[in-house]
Design a protein around this ligand. Structure first.
Ligand code: T5A
Length: 220
């Protein structure tokens, strides 16, 4: 039993990763609903973004057309600036209050996009990661994996329906996204917190697997 003076147990930090259009946003919300229906406090957030300042940085990062091209190192530092703000203002306070935080992308996206995709030094990214988040790691990272063309077709289908413009990353070549996918797969192969899901399956099949994972994580 938790007394009035005992802090609640720390919430779990679950991240959703993968390439463009693999179903992260759809499944983050589905997982949040699954957990909330079972009585847990849950917060859904995203990167880059998640606070007013971090959302301003997101707008700059995703804006497809600037008067000059964005230098990869500037892109990397902006991603981490947004992350530090997000961690301090939103993620860490929520976790310490016992809220589960479900985050649509986190640092693994930086390793995959800025490291494998842009070719920036992985050691430098690791240094920034340590500065930004110390020892914090997600309790579980759900990697939705699909061939690049499958995800891109879905992302374009969604954009066509919503009328949104494609963002700066979506203007990249296929080879960039193949390197990003390789990056995620390399991370998943070496870190036990990763669970890889075949994102070419139907949503029903993916969500059956997610329910098993959430049940294991929550004990519910
Ligand atoms: N970035 C981000 C970096 O470069 N470095 C970083 O450190 C971080 C954090 C963010 C961009 O920033 C970059 C990566 C990104 O390019 P974003 O909008 O958050 O952009 O990411 P996107 O991947 O572009 O998000 P999308 O919304 O395009 O993709 P999702 O969220 O993976 O996919 P979702 O859920 O929106 O689904 C897309 C469509 O497919 C359908 C959905 O209904 C939807 O229409 N769908 C399925 N259809 C059939 N079967 C399934 N299994 C389906 N799953 C989803």
């Amino acid at each position: 039993m938790t007394s009035a003076n005992t802090p609640p147990p720390r919430g779990k930090f679950i991240t959703f990763e993968g390439g463009e259009g693999v179903g992260k946003t759809t499944n983050v919300q589905w997982c949040a609903d699954w957990l909330m229906e079972r009585g847990l406090e849950v917060m859904v957030t995203r990167e880059p973004g998640g606070t007013p300042i971090a959302e301003l940085i997101r707008n700059k990062l995703l804006k497809a057309h600037h008067a000059e091209s964005m230098v990869p190192m500037a892109e990397l530092l902006l991603v981490f600036a947004a992350r530090v703000q997000h961690l301090e203002a939103v993620i860490l306070p929520a976790l310490s209050q016992g809220t589960w935080v479900l985050c649509d992308r986190f640092t693994d996206s930086t390793i995959a996009y800025q490291g494998f995709g842009r070719g920036l030094d992985l050691g430098s990214i690791e240094t920034l990661k340590n500065l930004a988040q110390g020892t914090l790691e997600p309790d579980c990272t759900l990697l939705l994996d699909a061939p690049v063309d499958v995800g891109m077709a879905r992302a374009r289908g969604r954009t066509a329906i919503s009328g949104e413009d494609i963002d700066r990353f979506e203007t990249e070549q296929m080879a960039f996204f193949e390197r990003v996918r390789d990056g995620f797969q390399a991370l998943a192969a070496t870190q036990a917190r990763f669970v890889t899901l075949d994102a070419t399956q139907s949503l029903d099949d993916i969500q059956s697997e997610l329910a098993i994972r959430l049940s294991l994580l929550s004990g519910l």
